[in-house]
Design a protein around this ligand. Structure first.
Ligand code: PRP
Ligand code: URA
Length: 211
């Protein structure tokens, strides 16, 4: 599928298996989501632009590289996306953080937006939209719409998730064909309640102990 990438790495696979395990408790779940987000962000940030900069070492002066241009903003989809923020900030500590509050209505499975707060000049930023789960795709599609409505450029948005379902990937890439999706795993399908199989259950509840 165009613009869709499963990031393959032994550490990612191992940590994701631990995350799926129903015996993994809240503390470890939170830690693993952070570690996975950091590993994914390392791959996703490969194409950040660089520029030359002069630096004086203790021995001489040399021209080396530094990040250039647009600044990164991490945008978690609340609640579960919040669990991925710190892992990415470990790698890109100067990033800004915006928030999109979105929950799935339990009956209709449709996303309901309840909070949006973004840094200014969204049009000039690289945006990493993050959520552990891409199930029907409704939340991620609506989150992108909320960003675009506030000035974000689609070509600057990347969506990063941990577990995705084919149904959600299809819906998202149809709605936003120009946005790159990165995931740690593409699972089998959704169940009748639109939960991902095999999945990991309810990411927000497992992160925050609200089961
Ligand atoms: C979960 C998850 C995604 C959404 C995915 O959030 O974190 O945001 O469901 O499902 P979708 O692709 O079908 O839209 P949830 O609505 O459970 O809210 P929460 O993070 O506050 O628990
Ligand atoms: N949201 C979750 O947290 N888990 C799923 O499997 C689907 C949606």
């Amino acid at each position: 599928m165009k613009n869709f990438q499963v990031i393959e790495h032994p550490l990612i696979k191992h940590k994701l298996t631990l995350l799926r395990d129903e015996n993994t408790g809240t503390k470890d779940f939170r830690q693993l989501v952070n570690e996975l987000a950091r590993l994914l962000a390392y791959e996703v940030s490969r194409d950040l632009p660089l520029e030359d900069v002069q630096v004086k070492t203790p021995l001489t002066t040399t021209v080396q590289k530094q990040l250039s241009g647009k600044k990164v903003v991490i945008v978690p989809i609340l609640r579960a996306g919040l669990g991925m923020v710190d892992g990415i900030l470990d790698l890109i500590p100067a990033a800004r953080v915006g928030h999109v509050g979105m929950y799935r209505d339990e009956k209709t499975m449709q996303p309901v937006e309840y909070f949006v707060k973004m840094p200014n000049n969204l049009e000039d930023r690289h945006i990493y939209l993050v959520d552990p789960m891409l199930a029907t795709g409704g939340s991620a599609i609506a989150a992108v719409d909320a960003l675009v409505k506030r000035g974000a450029k689609k070509e600057n948005i990347k969506f990063i998730c941990l577990v995705s379902a084919p149904e959600g990937v299809r819906a998202f890439t149809e709605a936003h064909p120009d946005i790159q999706v990165y995931t740690a795993a593409l699972d089998e399908k959704l169940n009748d309640n639109a939960y991902i199989l095999p999945g990991l259950g309810d990411a927000g509840d497992r992160l925050y102990g609200t089961l």
